[in-house]
Design a protein around this ligand. Structure first.
Ligand SMILES: Cc1ncc(COP(=O)(O)O)c(C=O)c1O
Length: 374
């Protein structure tokens, strides 16, 4: 065994990222696209992702001033929107200084802006709560805030934004209720020709052209993840490709007699009768664990690919290691490649086996995993 270093790595396909962006562009022709790159571009590397998309994306969406400044410092000149707005007075001034745009979702942020002396007017995305009940003004406050922002010297362009709670589940009745609530408030405002409107995340971009308005805001689909719930299929014309492939290697092999456990707490035991015809299981131990961001809750049976062939995790995932039953694949050797998710194994599948969602797995890949960009 000579791996040089611990062999877990995340391979990022920038070609697949571009491909997925093109799919979004194709589905929403003539609509502006904000590529959502918050949380380090869902764990893929914000600077690399934004640098790859900067000639195509009309804007980038981030969660904090720090995330925006990281992109500006790396030379990204596209519009950047702070999707949660600012968290203090100083940040509001920095928004203007860095030429950023910000969401305003409550009266505190509104007042902060109106009380600020800015180096230049900024673009503001005023948020309406249409039914998610997380961020945003109610209809009355939205109307009043729009009136004040329309005449504020601190504001250049105004965009009206809302966010969907159930877009991953297209039949959910809240989707239509949110669209109608949004439309009603927009009608009351009489949106002006220089004002813009935005509602759709990835799931609505894929399934609801009537929700595209002027700006769509895809995040997870750009990274190759189908945002629709497991029983909803993507239309056949759409192909999303995994951007991150997380992989490692086999570092040990074990022959485990029937009835013996593998890993902590013996959470899995080798099947079969002791002293029967096939008394043991063949186990590959892989250098990947929850210390890398692989989910500890992955159940027995969660798939991986060993040398391209499907196999299942057995026992508890530990901090640095996990075990795979390779009894059906006896040629596996120490050093063989194990794909944990990505090409040939959608991260959504691993999420389903781990009581979580692909978003959490992608954003949770740990610092000690080596990233390489292709
Ligand atoms: C306001 C807003 N818009 C768009 C997105 C992108 O969502 P998705 O990754 O589901 O496309 C997010 C992500 O959570 C968001 O918070």
């Amino acid at each position: 065994m000579d791996f040089m270093t611990r062999p877990i790595e995340a391979l990022i396909s920038l070609a697949n990222l571009r491909h997925n962006f093109t799919q979004a562009r194709h589905l929403a022709p003539g609509v502006e696209i904000m590529a959502v790159v918050k949380a380090n571009a869902y764990g893929h590397g914000a600077v690399q992702v934004a640098s790859t998309l900067c000639s195509f994306a009309n804007a980038f969406g981030v969660a904090s001033l720090e995330e925006a400044v990281e992109l500006r410092d790396a030379g990204i000149a596209n519009p950047i929107v702070l999707l949660s707005g600012v968290f203090g007075r100083v940040e509001m001034r920095e928004v203007a200084r860095y030429g950023l745009a910000t969401v305003i979702h409550n009266t505190q942020q509104l007042q902060l802006l109106l009380d600020s002396e800015l180096s230049q007017p900024i673009n503001v995305w005023l948020k309406l709560d249409t039914g998610m009940h997380r961020l945003g003004f109610g209809p009355k406050g939205f109307h009043q805030a729009a009136g004040r922002l329309r005449s504020a010297q601190q504001v250049d362009k105004l965009t009206f934004i809302s966010h969907l709670a159930c877009a991953d589940n297209p039949p959910a009745t809240l989707n239509e209720r949110q669209r109608k609530n949004f439309q009603r408030s927009l009608d009351e405002l009489r949106v002006r020709t220089d004002e813009r409107v935005s509602l759709a995340n990835s799931a609505a971009l894929l399934t609801r052209p009537d929700m595209h308005f002027d700006w769509v805001r895809p995040g997870v689909m750009l990274y190759g993840v189908n945002p629709l719930s497991a029983d909803t299929f993507l239309s056949a014309e759409i192909e999303l490709r995994s951007v991150m492939t997380l992989r490692s290697r086999v570092v040990a092999l074990q022959t485990v007699p029937a009835g013996e456990g593998v890993g902590y707490s013996e959470a899995w035991r080798a099947p079969g009768q002791f002293a029967s015809a096939s008394p043991s299981s063949r186990i590959a131990v892989v250098a990947a664990g929850y210390g890398d961001g692989y989910p500890r809750h992955a159940r027995n049976g969660c798939p991986v690919r060993v040398n391209g062939k499907l196999a299942c995790i057995v026992g508890r995932v530990s901090m640095d290691l996990l075990a795979v039953d390779i009894s059906a694949n006896p040629d596996v050797k120490v050093g063989d490649v194990v794909t944990l998710w990505g090409e040939g194994l959608p991260v959504e599948t691993v999420a389903e086996h781990s009581e979580t969602i692909a978003y959490e797995l992608l954003t949770g890949v740990n610092q000690r995993v080596k990233f390489s960009y292709r």
